[in-house]
Ligand binder design. Structure first.
Ligand code: PA5
Length: 445
């Protein structure tokens, strides 16, 4: 089970804070468990690893098997909470180079997560002559980016397989009963999966939203859920000593109160990059409101020590760092001996890459702490579906607690609407005429 190590945080805080913070954490914790805090309509994720729909879970596995059997590619259409979790898990467990690897599972292409016309054409080109299926994921069914992308890929499927053939290759993950996508799926006969009513996008990776694409990539989703369920049990504890989510939420909140404004999530695995993107949405969208909240950033070490390392070491001292460490790698890779030793690195010959990485981790940790950046370490076991399930639930639970500690609703996202309204106005959507004129005046100044 994971451990939250806080020994490199304490010197940044004037007093032991745990006892003072415990009653507030208990209060937040009870709101989550009793589903009676702000945004409680969207706290269904708290029990999801235990109470998920078994019948749908079996259908997800069956659909994944069918896609693996009849498709060489799966196009996953979604944005934000309907995108990042699946990509994070697939890249973390199967590699960021998953599509380039030799494998007997389909390539997976993520689209509808932006509005780049060139990117869209590129994926279309990659699908030329390739049997493919589509998983369109949208709770509302009307989000512009995925809805536009779906028009293109639905048309491509229909042109290739006919309307009936296409319908057998389209899987819609959406609201149980409402919305444009649900209506279309029902009338066209697509298989549908549910985004639970009480689970918001950024907390939905352990529902069909994440699980179908993850299963298609060959990840053991039973293990993912088992890891999450184990962490759910651990996070039920009402004590600072026993509950890692209390420890993490408490430490980052206290650091925030003492002037830290940016939390950098760091990992030493390049494949972790999209898990960090998922984490950024989770924390950014949950906490960043009412002029409050740590700004979530991420780095990939050691690569970014050669780009962001300077700032972290000596820039503005408003940073805190949370480092996700995994247990031993699967591969040893001892460094080769070189007769010439032109680079002077023969002192590393025979040492496993993992050993070198550990020294880099410890060296970086000590340098950053000495430079004034507190470090929270999340020590995980070996990287696999089980430990990733643990980590996902841990971050979700700690995020719910963090929002309540900040006294904001961690389950809404009112600020996301502002850009959408302007975009619709500029695109000439009916009903936005007044706003359109205002914006055009501003743009012409
Ligand atoms: O967390 C969220 O609620 C958002 O990121 C949504 O998931 C995102 O905007 C996509 O929405 P939808 O699934 O309705 O298309």
């Amino acid at each position: 089970m994971m451990q939250v190590q806080l020994s490199n945080v304490r010197s940044f805080l004037p007093l032991p804070y745990e006892a003072a913070l415990a009653p507030r954490l208990r209060h937040a914790h009870r709101h989550l468990r009793r589903h009676d805090g702000a945004g409680s309509d969207f706290t269904g994720w708290v029990e999801l690893p235990r109470d998920y729909d078994r019948e749908e879970f079996a259908r997800i596995k069956a659909a994944a098997k069918k896609i693996q059997g009849d498709s060489r590619a799966l196009v996953v259409i979604g944005i934000g909470g309907s995108y990042l979790g699946a990509r994070g898990v697939i890249e973390c467990l199967c590699s960021a180079n998953y599509n380039l690897k030799k494998k007997d599972t389909p390539n997976i292409y993520f689209v509808g997560n932006g509005l780049s016309s060139d990117y869209l054409s590129e994926i279309m080109e990659l699908l030329d002559g390739v049997d493919f299926s589509v998983n369109v994921i949208s709770k509302s069914g009307t989000t512009t980016e995925p809805a536009v992308a779906f028009r293109f890929f639905r048309r491509a499927l229909e042109e290739r397989y006919g309307a009936e053939g296409a319908a057998k290759r389209i899987y819609a993950t959406t609201d149980r009963a409402r919305g444009a996508l649900k209506t279309l799926a029902d009338s066209a006969g697509y298989e549908t999966f549910v985004v639970p009513d009480d689970v918001g996008g950024r907390y939905s990776v352990l529902s069909a939203v994440g699980l179908l694409p993850i299963a298609v990539a060959g990840v053991d989703i039973d293990e993912l859920m088992a890891g999450a369920a184990e962490m759910m049990e651990v996070c039920a504890a009402e004590s600072m000593e026993q509950n890692p989510a209390w420890q993490y939420a408490g430490a980052r909140y206290e650091l925030y109160r003492h002037g830290k404004r940016i939390e950098i999530l760091a990992a030493y695995e390049p494949n972790f990059r999209f898990m960090a993107e998922w984490w950024k949405q989770l924390y950014g969208e949950s906490e960043g409101k009412e002029n409050k909240g740590l700004f979530p950033a991420s780095v990939e070490f050691t690569a970014d020590l050669h780009s962001m390392g300077q700032y972290i070491q000596q820039g503005e001292r408003n940073l805190l760092e949370t480092v996700v460490r995994f247990g031993a790698s699967r591969h040893e890779n001892p460094v080769p001996f070189d007769e010439q030793n032109g680079d002077g690195l023969n002192f590393l010959a025979g040492k496993p890459m993992d050993f070198i990485a550990r020294q880099a981790m410890d060296g970086t940790l000590l340098a950053h702490v000495e430079g004034g950046v507190p470090n929270i370490i999340l020590q995980m076991g070996e990287l696999n579906a089980h430990t990733l399930g643990e980590l996902i639930y841990f971050f979700e639970y700690a995020c719910g607690l963090s929002g309540y500690l900040l006294d904001v609703n961690p389950f809404d996202q009112p600020g996301v609407e502002a850009y959408k309204k302007n975009m619709f106005a500029l695109l000439g959507k009916p009903g936005y005429e007044e706003r359109r004129q205002e914006l055009l005046d501003k743009l012409s100044r």
